[in-house]
Design a protein around this ligand. Structure first.
Ligand code: B3K
Ligand code: ZN
Length: 869
């Protein structure tokens, strides 16, 4: 057993490394069970580091074969080797070369960190601390070196050998082996190191950078699946073009490789010149991938590519600065997707996901600042807070300084920090330098945990034609106020009010940098409805008491698409939390008018307006004692009401869209929007009339020419008990028996059926030949979807849902702690449940706690989840 509450690493204890490594020469002989790694490390004392310190190299699960210093074996008495690394007691005070020979077993590596094998392919994952599972090293991001990597393997086992940087040479070794040498001229931290070896097919395309460099871009996949790699390759090319145009960032190597592997702990990894991807985010053809998959592939390809500048050329000084690369890169990929698709529709999607994942995190025991100040296990900090709230901070910064100054600040940041390991302070300093502004108050966003509340009250003085808005901010944790950009406007009975004057509002934005402030609008000739936080200008919770009628005015007339959507969400949320037939009727009527007017003009937007807040969002809006069954019932009743009242509209929409939807599949945003609207309509028809809905869904399943429509129909019928459902599920399972990524969708749909029988269904699916605890995608599809997207069954009052997830966490922890820990975060909101469920959750957490030898990953999440208060 390691320890119950793992020790903390603290930001305040950061010290520069006592040694630096300038060059790394690696020779890696791939072997399924005994891969041998020879590393020549050119070390020197760090002038900024502690003088006279011993040299401690990190290591994890390594067999040390040999160690010599400047060609002389290191005597046993001069060193110590332990489970966390290797120490040289008296290292030289001058530059020297340490040659380290280690051996690892990639086949036995079930943690999927370091060097491992998946479906016979050798690959690596080094972020955050996997390189120490390959060789002994200063495994910290502020130690940056130039790497040359020679990889050798049996030709039949690994005909393709890839490394970071540019290919230098390759050739045969004896009868049946071969080698390849790769050189990466850009100094990088060890977490960006990668190699791949295996049988892989590829598609490739040339790209010429704005600086004139000829680049070959390639996407490697399982042989035979090359036809599924085209969309990802196209997304690479579009990302390269966009980063040149939008941020002035050009690519800097002769090759850019993407490799898809089947077992991967996360989505993808931005290794220099050799991005390694979960195949879920690469492989796509219309028969197996949905519109959402295409959009995710585009976004993640872009995200990893954009890291080449925001993360790789400029990296992080230490892991506390993780948001420096992640928040910024999420912001960059969001901007890319917004340019490729519909900006307002994309923004709504970003906010939905922020509210679904980050808001609950920020309100529960796993809450932490965007820049944490302490961690026990850094891999547990790749969170929605660091990524998505981190991106919101960058977005607010752009709103505050304006587009032109933002671009100038980004240019300055890249210029000043290129080749360096930087901090959040360095980032903000670039914007201070170009704008002359003091951003120290804004910087609090990085430090203050919890979601701020913004409350607003308005008063209209008809005689003076004046409207006064009082804004106040409160934070869950005491402290000085935040700088909150509030984009706003006033909406009259027929549309946004023009000719209104307001001091303190620039380009439609008021900056609230005090606890409270008043905003006074003059020339207001009718009582307005305020439209606040347009485009979701800050990641806060807004308290603004409006009537349904006022909100529905915003839906009908606001100029800001985000707030139009938000208005419908707000009305729906109130109806879920506080059902009322009369108000539901008025809501349905307003939606009907909206659909008549614009559904066909912007189907993607209309589909979002019809998508009610999720059960999770409804739970998140309650202060305590959450009863998921009550929420489910109320939400379903509202859906059923809309389905019945709006059915003629839905049928008209269906008829109008049918010809376009049945045309040849194209993944573009407009076509996806049409499919989305038609599928939401189907789902609401089914909510209102399950019999008719099931029949329609069966017909759609037969007719569907692509996975988007087929899966939507399956998801609809899955929530309607009966023989038709069982037949549809069985047929789908047979049809895609040999398509693991499609079976994942099938697992997920069944895991999210809101019925008590789901537990037995999941137990049966665990025995399905395609299910494997060793593949994170399978676990996430079946168990992760259950815990994250089936609140009534996960949080069953009898505790059986919690038990299922707890059992999985316990089993998985021995093999893959990172995935186990991530699964455990589903318990993050347990204290907000009603009493019986709370007691049941506590019991399961205690059961996990009693398991001897928990990993640091799981022990860390567990101890924070269980901490009082
Ligand atoms: N940087 C990786 C995530 C690494 C997670 C390590 N536990 C992918 C990304 O955010 O781009
Ligand atoms: Zn990233």
């Amino acid at each position: 057993m390691r320890t119950e509450t793992p020790p903390l690493v603290r930001l305040e204890n950061y010290r520069p490394s006592a040694f630096l490594i300038d060059r790394v020469d690696l020779d890696i002989r791939l072997d399924p069970h005994a891969t041998r790694i020879t590393a020549a490390l050119a070390l020197r004392p760090n002038p900024a580091g502690e003088d006279g310190a011993p040299l401690h190299l990190d290591g994890d699960d390594l067999t040390l074969v040999a160690l010599d210093l400047d060609g002389v074996p290191v005597p046993a008495g001069d060193m110590a080797v332990g489970p966390s690394g290797l120490t040289l007691h008296r290292p030289p005070r001058r530059p020297f070369v340490l040659r380290v020979v280690t051996e690892v077993d990639p086949t036995a590596n079930t943690r999927l960190m370091g060097l491992y094998r998946t479906e016979g392919v050798y690959c690596t994952q080094c972020e955050a601390d996997g390189f120490r599972r390959i060789t002994y090293f200063l495994d910290r991001p502020d130690v940056m070196a130039v790497y040359t990597t020679r990889i050798e393997a049996r030709r039949d086992e690994a005909p393709v050998l890839l490394g970071n940087g540019n290919p230098v040479e390759s050739g045969p070794v004896g009868e049946d082996r071969h080698y390849a040498v790769w050189h990466d001229p850009h100094p990088k931290p060890a977490y960006l190191f990668a190699i791949v070896g295996g049988r892989l097919g590829k598609v490739e395309a040339p790209f010429r950078t704005v600086e004139g460099r000829a680049v070959t871009c390639a996407v490697y996949v399982e042989p035979g699946k090359e036809d599924r790699a085209g969309y990802a390759l196209d997304a690479v090319i579009r990302s390269m073009e966009w980063d040149e145009r939008a941020f002035g960032r050009a690519y800097d190597l002769d090759v850019f490789n993407v490799v898809a592997v089947s077992a991967f702990n996360m989505g993808a990894m931005e290794n220099k010149g050799l991005n390694i991807f979960n195949d879920k985010y690469v492989l796509a053809v219309p028969e197996t991938a949905t519109d959402a998959d295409y959009a995710a592939i585009e976004a993640i390809i872009a995200h990893e590519y954009f890291h080449n500048w925001s993360g790789n050329r400029v990296t992080c000084r230490d892991w506390f600065q993780l948001c420096l690369k992640e928040g910024l890169t999420v912001f960059r990929d969001q901007e890319f997707s917004s340019d490729m698709r519909s900006r307002p529709v994309h923004r709504i999607g970003e906010v939905r996901s922020l509210r679904a994942r980050q808001f609950p995190e920020d309100a529960g025991p796993l809450r932490h600042p965007v820049r944490p100040t302490a961690y026990a296990e850094i891999n547990n900090f790749y969170t929605a807070t660091v990524y998505d709230k981190g991106a919101e901070i960058v977005r607010m910064l752009r709103t505050l300084v304006g587009g032109a100054a933002f671009r100038a600040g980004m240019d300055r940041y890249f210029a000043d920090n290129d080749g360096r390991a930087a901090t959040v302070e360095d980032f903000l300093a670039a914007f201070e330098a170009v704008t002359g502004r003091d951003l120290s108050a804004f910087a609090r966003w990085y430090e203050r945990p919890g979601t701020p509340r913004l409350s607003a009250t308005g008063a209209y003085d008809a005689a003076a034609s004046r409207y006064t808005l009082r804004l106040a901010q409160t934070l869950p944790v005491e402290g000085p106020p935040l700088v909150i950009p509030v984009a706003l406007g006033l909406v009259g009975a027929a549309g946004p009010l023009a000719g209104v004057a307001c001091a303190g509002v620039t380009d439609g934005v008021f900056v609230l940098d005090r606890a409270e402030a008043s905003v006074v609008f003059e020339n207001v000739t009718e009582e307005p409805v305020p439209s606040l936080l347009r485009d979701f200008s800050a990641p806060v919770r807004l308290d603004l008491a409006l009537s349904d009628a006022q909100r529905l005015r915003l839906l009908a007339h606001d100029s800001d698409p985000f707030n139009r959507w938000q208005a419908a969400q707000d009305v729906a949320l109130r109806l879920i939390l506080d059902p009322d037939p009369a108000r539901a009727g008025a809501f349905a009527e307003a939606l009907g008018t909206f659909l008549d007017g614009e559904a066909l003009a912007d189907p993607a937007f209309a589909a979002l307006v019809l998508a009610l807040p999720t059960e999770g969002e409804a739970a998140d809006a309650l202060p305590a004692d959450v009863d998921p069954d009550a929420i489910h019932r109320a939400r379903h009743a509202l859906r059923a009401h809309l389905g019945r009242t709006l059915r003629p509209r839905f049928e008209r929409i269906e008829a109008a869209l049918a010809p376009q939807v049945s045309a040849a599949y194209s993944p573009d945003a407009a076509s996806a929007g049409r499919r989305a609207l038609r599928n939401v309509a189907l789902d609401l028809i089914a909510a209102g009339d399950p019999g008719a809905g099931a029949a329609l869904a069966v017909r759609r399943l037969d007719e569907a020419g692509n996975m988007t429509d087929r899966l939507a129909a399956l998801a609809t019928i899955a929530q309607i008990p009966g023989e038709a459902r069982e037949a549809a599920l069985a047929a789908f399972g047979r049809r895609y028996a040999h398509e693991p990524l499609v079976l994942d969708k099938w697992f997920a749909i069944q895991a999210t059926i809101a019925e008590p029988g789901t537990l037995a269904r999941i137990e049966a699916l665990k025995a399905h030949p395609a299910f494997a605890m060793t593949n994170p995608n399978r676990v996430r599809a079946l168990i992760g979807s259950f815990s994250m997207a089936n609140p009534t069954q996960f949080a069953r009052a009898d505790g059986a849902g919690f038990a299922l997830v707890a059992e999985t966490v316990k089993t998985l922890d021995a093999a893959n702690p990172q995935v186990a820990a991530r699964l455990l975060t589903a318990f993050g909101s347990w204290r907000r449940l009603e009493k019986n469920r709370r007691v049941a959750a506590a019991e399961m957490l205690n059961r996990i706690k009693a398991v001897p030898g928990l990993s640091r990953d799981v022990a860390d999440i567990l101890s924070r989840t269980m901490k009082d208060g």
